[in-house]
Structure formats: C-alpha cells, structure tokens
Design a protein around this ligand. Structure first.
Ligand code: KG4
Ligand code: ZN
Length: 362
C-alpha cells in the first residue's frame, strides 16, 4: 500500500474533494465534512456550560471534554454527511493557536485517523480557518478582497491577494475586539463569553454614554481597544463609588457602537483604497448583529459586495477548518506525521503562505 509522502507536493487534486475538518483549540469539540465548498455536515460538542461557572475556559476541563467527545463527534459528522470513511480525501485539523492540551487532543486524533485510513493530513491554523469561513457555500467568492478578522485573540483588516496569501493593512495595537467585549461584560456582571450577552443587553439601551475616540481618522487602519475598555471600567466604577444609578444597557450599547463603528469604517475605507469589490469578515465578533448590519449598510452605500459567513460559522466550528483545509489541499500543502500542536502563532506568521515561509527558511 502506498503511503502519502508529506514532503512531496502531492498530485491528488480533485475538483471537489471531501475534507473532514477537526477543531479542538478551545472549548468546542467540532468535526465537519465538506465536498468542495459545500457543507455536508457540521457537529459541535461544547463544554461551555461546564466552564460557565468558572467565568472562563479552564484548560484542563476543556482537554478532558475533548478526549471524551472527539471520537463521537467525528463519527457523527461522517455519518450525517452521508459518506463512508473511505470517501474522505483529506483530514484537516487545527494545530494552533489555542490551548495546548486541547489542541493536542484534536491533532493526535487526526493523525491516528489519517494514518489508519491512509489519507493525507492537513495542518490548519485556527485564524486561517476563521478567514476561510467566508468561502463556505460561496462558490463564486475569490480573491482579491478585503477581510475583517475579529476574534477573541486577533483583530485586523487584511487584504486577501490570492487564496492563502494575506497582507495586514491594520490591526489592534493592544486588546482584540472580542477580548474587549469579554472584559466589558465582566465589568457589567454578564457571563462569559461576553460578546453575545453585550449584544443582547445593548438592544435595550441607547448609545448615550460618552466613549473615547478609537483612532477613527488617524492611525491608518490600526485601532486600539484598551482605552475604550478602561473608559467603560472607569465610568462604571465612578458611578458605583458615587452610589449613582446607571443603565448597563446604555453602557453596553455605547461600548458596542464604539467598538464596532471603527471596524466597519476602516474595513470599508481599506476596500476602497485597495480597489477591491468584495468585503468579507470572520471570527466570533463577526457574529455580532450590530456589526453585521452596519457592515451591510456601509458596503451597500459604497457598492461593495459583502460576504458574511452565517453566525454559526463566525464562532469556532470545524466547517471553517475544513474550508481552509480545502485551500491548503489545492495548494498541495500536506502535513507529516510529526505534526504537533502550537499554543501561539504570531499573526504575521499566520498569514504567510506556506510557500513564502519555506522560501525564507531556505
Ligand atoms: O473567533 P472566536 O469564536 O474564538 C477565537 O478567539 O478564535 O471568538 C470568540 C470571541 C469572544 O471574545 C466572544 O465574546 C466574541 O468572539 N463574540 C462576540 C459575539 N459572539 C462571540 N462578540 C460580539 N458579539 C457577538 N455576538
Ligand atoms: Zn476562534
């Protein structure tokens, strides 16, 4: 039986390969199957409720939950896709960044699974997965486009020049947008993850609490969240010290508006400057209803096509990992059996193509 040699460029290109994606970087154990860009199945088992009482993700709890769930979740994904294990053309797995113990569960499972079935393995960077979510069920989307990446760990505006090749146009100078949502939620006594709770709370409020400038006109395409977060904390603490009432809904609404408007404004300006006709977005914060509506309006006003993944594919899932797996499959980038998990990967390294990384390493 011929084994795939991961050090060679494989010539196993099919027009619409079936890719199994596996994701375990945080508290979601997920598996999905795609055929080309079409989603055949998408399974998630979350340990979030288990973690909720701790106010965040406890790494050890997440790893144990992944170990308990992963075989079942993969089995369900394959069954619900209506395929057999042998139909799979490649196994794509998140190798980083994320919680090391959690990632190791997915990587070890994917390696054993790919080896046992003699299928090629694809190493997927989690953030590249968020960016590839826009391709799901969108057969006509192709670069160049400008994309807004807004997750719990990263916030940046990128220029996708070709499939798998990104240029950073701007990024947060400090906290990520998701991190700011989570921290502000904690100050307002809302539970983790904060984004969806802030969004819900904001619906009852008005944007009347003064918020600091978010490098709106200046700073190129960069922005900063630490000042905004501190302003919210100071506002709430001052009110509490003075024993004055304040509306949490107004704070949530004002914060959300300040946090989102800058992203929308800069993303659309970047698209105009780069002369692209399409804008996409990805990452957990792209599930935010206010951000989605604002981006929709701004793109419409500028005559730009907006491709937003459905909310479910903005937060962590395995279909996006399979989608980036498809990008890597087409580029011929396969992983070897010594693949291991990586807790952190700098954004610049994340966005380099494997080819340009290999050229630099030569
Ligand atoms: O992309 P993601 O699922 O995980 C990574 O960081 O990779 O993003 C999680 C972040 C959390 O900070 C969460 O609060 C935020 O996305 N988030 C939201 C919403 N849903 C999730 N932020 C604002 N509005 C939402 N609806
Ligand atoms: Zn994520």
């Amino acid at each position: 039986m011929q084994r795939y040699n991961p050090f060679e460029k494989l010539n196993i290109q099919k027009p619409d390969p079936i890719i199994l994606g596996i994701e375990s970087s945080c508290d979601e154990t997920a598996a999905a199957v795609i055929r080309g860009r079409k989603i055949l199945s998408d399974e998630i088992a979350s340990s979030a409720t288990l973690q909720a009482e701790y106010g965040g993700v406890v790494p050890e709890l997440a790893s144990r939950a992944h170990t308990d769930e992963i075989a079942r979740v993969v089995e369900r994904a394959v069954k619900n896709a209506g395929i057999t294990y042998q139909d799979i053309d490649a196994v794509a797995v998140t190798y980083g960044a994320g919680l090391l113990g959690a990632l190791l569960v997915g990587v070890s499972f994917a390696k054993a699974f790919a080896y046992a079935l003699n299928k090629p393995l694809i190493a997927v960077n989690h953030i590249r997965g968020h960016l590839a979510a826009a391709y799901l069920d969108e057969p006509t989307l192709c670069p160049p486009f400008v994309t807004l990446l807004a997750s719990g760990g990263h916030t940046a505006i990128l220029h996708a020049k070709s499939e798998g090749d990104f240029e950073i146009l701007g990024a947060t100078l400090d906290d990520a947008a998701g991190e700011a949502f989570d921290k502000v939620a904690r100050v307002l006594g809302l539970s983790y993850p904060g984004g969806p709770h802030i969004e819900r709370c904001a619906r009852e409020g008005e944007p009347i609490v003064p918020m600091p400038k978010m490098l709106k006109g200046g700073g190129g395409y960069n922005f900063s969240y630490s000042g905004l977060k501190t302003a919210v904390i100071n506002y709430c603490h001052t009110k509490e010290q003075k024993k004055e009432d304040y509306s949490k809904a107004d704070v949530a609404c004002s914060f959300q508006k300040a946090a989102v408007d800058v992203l929308v404004e800069k993303t659309v300006s970047a698209a105009k400057e780069k002369g692209v006709s399409t804008v996409t977005a990805g990452g957990g914060v792209a599930a935010n209803g206010y951000l989605r509506e604002s981006l929709e309006k701004a793109c419409q006003a500028q005559g730009l096509r907006l491709v937003l993944p459905p909310k479910r594919y903005c937060t962590d899932n395995a279909a996006m990992i399979a989608s980036e797996g498809l990008v890597q499959y087409r580029l011929g980038n396969f992983a070897s059996m010594d693949l291991t998990a990586k807790a952190s990967i700098p954004l610049a390294a994340t966005l380099q193509t494997v080819q340009s990384r290999m050229q630099k390493e030569k």
